[in-house]
Design a protein around this ligand. Structure first.
Ligand code: BES
Ligand code: MN
Ligand code: MN
Length: 460
């Protein structure tokens, strides 16, 4: 197996590069054709790797690519999930090379080189590791159990149609565990396995003042400026301790025991990690918690975008009629996305002064997820990584969200193993996203071992 991977390394890299050239941006309809084409391409790659019954399943949005290899119905089945869609590449002018023209470059953290392209890590690169690991098991006659693939094209926009697909195809998706590579490790010499994902509430707000844009000299001072008002309202959502002020927001938040927090503190991530890599002078966050805790076991509120008024060249003295913002809250276990969205909505309407009207529009949400570390899936991932990294992986809760994972558990009764290989510094969703060749190859080597150990653990 190791030989097969080494012999085919260059081809594995070249194939990924070809896939990265197709701009499958799910959020932007001008990329529609390319996104559909990517699904066809993934189907083709699965067929070539040796999968049966490969199909592009249509949905109301982008299709889901399904494929399987059933070798023996008495053996366990691993369902692999991933996504072929990517985030928009904006702001394009901050990329050092075009986002859909992949190039390999060396970096401090990736001395062996990394592939720079939108989707290199999130998630085409990580998803494709599974296709190549599967090919490897097929070609070396070492697939130890059944495998099913479910690769979607709407993860970056909320996975709504996948939810429907899962509910309607429970039999087809019958499996014993779900395996996902769409998260990361602490560092290339510090392997870790993700044991939690945060949930999400995403909201858009509109603040309206006067019925039209006004001359800021003739009216300024007497009429509410919606941008001033919105800024103040947003600022009031957190107090001086960076505690969120929405009434009821923390009611269901699970507090970790001192013991659990002590265990967490062993992970080699400190304030310095952030300060150095982000070129900031200090970290900032909720009082009473470490940086690592702030990005994993604590809920947060962030403004993702804010606009209104005049932003063109030069100066225009205007008192705008409207101001807007997109606000997201990351949630932790037991917080309910719909409930938090409602609390936000009520509070935001409450704190608005009489001088403006506010409109709150909810976007997609997501439920938080945590996995135990003593079930067959986790143990198999741990053994696999121990083997390929030569170190025991550390369990860590991630701050990111993959909303569909909670639905998998709810609808299919299946736990997900979050065995990702990216680094936080891979710049996913940002300009210059990249994925280390080391990480890509490590994934392809580790996945077949997961299959082997899961089959063993399952039978024991
Ligand atoms: N793969 C990421 C989530 C992720 C990355 C989790 C790294 C843990 C570590 C996923 O594609 C993503 O970006 N999710 C979105 C949510 C979605 C509803 C747009 C997120 O977390 O913002
Ligand atoms: Mn992803
Ligand atoms: Mn993403």
């Amino acid at each position: 197996m190791k030989n097969y991977i080494a012999e085919n390394k260059q081809r594995f890299i070249d194939e990924l590069i070809e896939l990265l050239k197709i701009p499958s941006v799910s959020a932007d309809s001008s990329y529609k054709e390319h996104t559909f084409k990517t699904a066809e391409e993934v189907k083709q790659r699965l067929i070539e790797a040796g999968a049966d019954k490969v199909e592009v399943c249509p949905t109301k949005g982008y299709p889901i690519v399904y494929g399987e290899k059933i070798i023996d119905t008495n053996k366990p089945t691993i369902l692999v999930y991933g996504h072929y869609d990517v985030q928009p590449a904006d702001p394009i002018n901050l990329w050092d090379s075009p986002p859909f023209e992949p190039v390999i470059k060396k970096t401090d953290l990736h001395p062996e080189g990394a592939i720079f392209a939108r989707g290199a890590c999130d998630d085409k690169g990580q998803m494709y590791m599974h296709v190549k690991a599967f090919e490897t098991m097929m070609k070396t006659d070492s697939l130890p159990c059944n495998i099913k693939f479910m690769i979607e094209g709407e993860e970056e926009v909320g996975s709504e149609n996948l939810g429907t697909f899962v509910k309607e195809n429970k039999q087809k998706l019958k499996a014993d565990v779900i395996l996902i590579s769409d998260t990361g490790i602490i560092a290339n010499d510090v392997p870790s396995i993700t044991t939690g994902l945060r949930g999400l509430s995403y909201i858009e707000v509109e603040v309206t003042g006067p019925n039209r844009d006004l001359h800021s000299g003739l009216y300024g001072g007497a009429v509410a400026n919606p941008i001033n008002v919105l800024s103040k309202m947003i600022a009031s959502l957190m107090d001086e301790n960076n505690h969120i002020t929405i009434p009821g927001f923390y009611d269901k938040v699970e507090e970790l025991s001192q013991e659990e927090r002590k265990e967490m503190a062993k992970a080699p991530i400190t304030d310095e990690t952030y300060i150095k890599s982000l070129n900031i002078d200090a970290v900032q966050g909720e009082k009473g918690y470490t940086s690592l805790e702030r990005v994993s076991i604590r809920p947060t509120l962030d403004v993702n975008g804010i606009w209104g008024g005049y932003t063109g060249e030069g100066a225009k003295t205007v008192l705008p009629s409207k101001a807007y913002a997109k606000i997201s809250m990351r949630l932790v276990p037991h917080q309910d996305s719909d409930e938090i969205t409602e609390l936000f909505q009520k509070h935001f309407e409450n704190i608005a002064p009489k001088s403006v009207k506010v409109k709150v529009t909810p976007h997609h949400g997501g439920t938080p997820y945590v996995t135990p570390i003593d079930f067959a899936g986790y143990v198999a991932a741990k053994r696999a990584m121990e083997n390929t990294f030569g170190k025991t992986p550390i369990p860590v809760r991630s701050g990111g969200s993959i909303p569909i994972v909670a639905l998998f558990e709810q609808e299919l009764g299946l736990k997900s193993v979050l065995m990702g290989f990216g680094l936080d510094s891979d710049a996913i969703h940002s300009p210059n996203e990249h994925y280390g060749i080391f990480n890509y190859m490590k994934g392809i080597e580790t996945i077949p071992l997961f299959f082997k150990y899961f089959t063993e653990e399952f039978n024991s």
